[in-house]
Design a protein around this ligand. Structure first.
Ligand code: PLP
Length: 413
């Protein structure tokens, strides 16, 4: 059959060669239609924290599909969405929160950005409209998300149609001073700051310290600026705590989640909002309704998947297992630092990064292709190879993936 897919994030030159046709998943593995097995080393775009085919999540989806497959959340509720909103609020440091559901990560981010602007509007502070993020931050590919997160390598064609009134610099050495200046200077215009907590994923897994995030939260609070922490990529255990912001001991105004919320089993995302913000959306005496929504916001099967995934995370101690595996990953990856072509290794929970020197750029595709032929689905970002495997990965699976990466890099070094 001719491939008629407009593939996202896929160079056209790669399409000509053809792609494996994945027909089945089990644990950390995907299987193509020829029966070849691949390690899903990036957890299917960072979502599948529980790997593939988890029986409890699968069962929850199957059962829900036979009971109520859809009912909207505009002026209606259903049991799963009520339970999930309650559950998510309970995972926050201050549980007085309401959750607006969406489908993909970027639709949760869009909601958060618009809630921030309308919050200030509701309060009569209509001059506070700026939404800013960190330089090279990423919050999805919708135009609103590009306004606050813009990765030059991806988004250049859209430069002229998104505005960036200001940006926080990436905190080299963890220094907060430059960011503080930006916030203090523009506090009268700023509605919100949005950040990827501790790690700029799409920019190449650039890691910054929790103390920066703590200072950012304090500075936003002091200057009347909302802080949105975008946990779409880091949430649900990736960094060694349930949420990456937990490392900083903060209580963000809004938290966006997606991907691992359902462990990648259904498209569902959410924006978890403090009640001090939520309560300004009343429709009397003036109409401050939030006229924003997605058809699949709070989809019953999506919510069933999320509730089951949250149960499994807790029952199986998935975060704790991830912490144990993260330590092993680090120890097993450290020898790669000795390779001549390696610029740097970086680690954050179950994220292990090997950044190659810039002169290796010309062989990145070859390394990726060789690993692919060996059955490892790496997706490098520029010269950065990284492991972000399902948190359920075993010693053997992890060790063999690291070994394959090291051997292959060495071959091209
Ligand atoms: N926010 C962050 C931090 C992300 O890493 C991503 C996707 O990688 C998104 C938002 C967008 O999520 P989605 O691709 O589900 O729209």
């Amino acid at each position: 059959m001719k491939n008629k897919i407009f593939h996202p994030y896929t160079p056209f030159s790669a399409i000509e060669k053809g792609f494996p046709n994945m027909v089945r998943g089990e644990g950390v593995y995907l299987f193509d239609d020829a029966g070849k097995r691949y390690v899903d080393i990036v957890s299917s775009w960072w979502a599948c924290a529980l790997g593939h085919g988890n029986p409890k999540v699968v069962k929850a989806i199957q059962e829900q599909a036979g009971v109520l497959q859809h009912s909207i959340t505009g002026s209606l509720t259903h049991p799963n969405v009520l339970a999930l909103a309650d559950r998510l609020a309970g995972l926050m440091p201050s549980p007085d929160r309401h959750t607006l559901f969406a489908s993909d990560g970027c639709s949760a981010v869009e909601a958060a950005l618009k809630i921030a602007v309308q919050y200030w509007y509701n309060l009569g502070r209509t001059e506070k409209t700026w939404l800013i993020g960190m330089d090279q931050g990423y919050h999805g590919d919708s135009l609103g998300a590009l306004g606050a997160g813009f990765v030059d390598d991806f988004h250049k064609p859209f430069e002229k149609i998104v505005s960036h009134p200001a940006k926080l610099p990436f905190p080299l050495n963890g220094d907060f001073t430059a960011s503080q200046k930006v916030i203090e200077k523009h506090k009268d215009q700023l509605a919100a700051v949005i950040v990827e907590p501790l790690c700029l994923g799409s920019a190449g897994m650039k890691i910054y310290p929790a103390d920066y995030l703590k200072q950012l939260a304090d500075c936003c609070a002091t200057n009347d600026v909302l802080l949105i922490v975008d946990e779409v990529a880091m949430g649900f255990g990736r960094t060694g705590k349930r949420f990456a912001f937990n490392h900083a001991g903060i209580d963000p105004d809004m938290v966006t989640v997606g991907k691992a919320l359902t462990a990648g089993y259904m498209p569902l995302s959410a924006c978890i909002v403090k009640d001090s913000i939520y309560n300004t959306f009343s429709d009397s005496p003036e109409d401050h309704t939030f006229y924003h929504g997605n058809t699949y916001a709070g989809h019953p099967i999506g919510c069933a998947a999320a509730l089951a995934a949250l149960d499994v995370y807790e029952a199986n101690g998935t975060v704790e297992h991830g912490v144990e595996m993260a330590e092993k990953m680090k120890q097993w990856m450290l020898p790669m630092a000795e390779l001549d072509c390696v610029k740097e290794l970086r680690f954050l929970g179950m994220i292990g990064v090997v950044e190659l020197k810039p002169e290796m750029r010309s062989v990145i595709t070859k390394i990726k292709q060789s690993l692919f032929e060996q059955g490892y689905l790496f997706r490098p970002l520029g010269t950065v190879f990284y492991l972000m495997p399902p948190l359920i990965i075993t010693d053997d699976e992890l060790r063999s993936s690291i070994y394959a990466l090291q051997q292959t890099i060495e071959e091209f070094c």
